[in-house]
Design a protein. Sequence first.
Length: 167
Amino acid sequence: MGEFCTHAADAPPLPGAYVLAVELAAPLAVTLPNRPAASLGPGHYLYCGSARGPGGLRARLSRHMRRGKTIRWHIDRLTETGAVLGAWFFPGGDECELVATLSSLPVPIAGFGSTDCARCRSHLLQWPGGATSAIDTLTLHFAYSLWIKNQDGLRPVRDGKLLRRLP
Ligand SMILES: [Zn+2]
């Protein structure tokens, strides 16, 4: 649970949720339906998604990490333009719960990846630091959130307490 992988083959073919880390080197214009034109600046982004179809997490992460895919979702623009650094995967997990544990991070564009979601402002969050700090800090953060969750009778953790203390 909450393990980081850089190759989709290391994720299990099970249903679940994931957080994809993407690095953008140049600005990317993003137009969402019925929203003003927006743009993502260079930096690091975290996208929370879920995989429930055949092949589960492995198949979905493999799609995200592959170049030359047909643009189908908002995140496809980002993974085609930027570099996918890897992903944390959570078999049996829920994408909106992952967004909730990252709620202290800035939302770069409201509605990104969450058009069908009534709960989250966005499924894309911005990581203000560098890639190495994201991977180390978030791996700890997810481990901590899940530990709290298990201590707390499996209630979703809504505030990333460990994360709040960090930049
Ligand atoms: Zn959501």
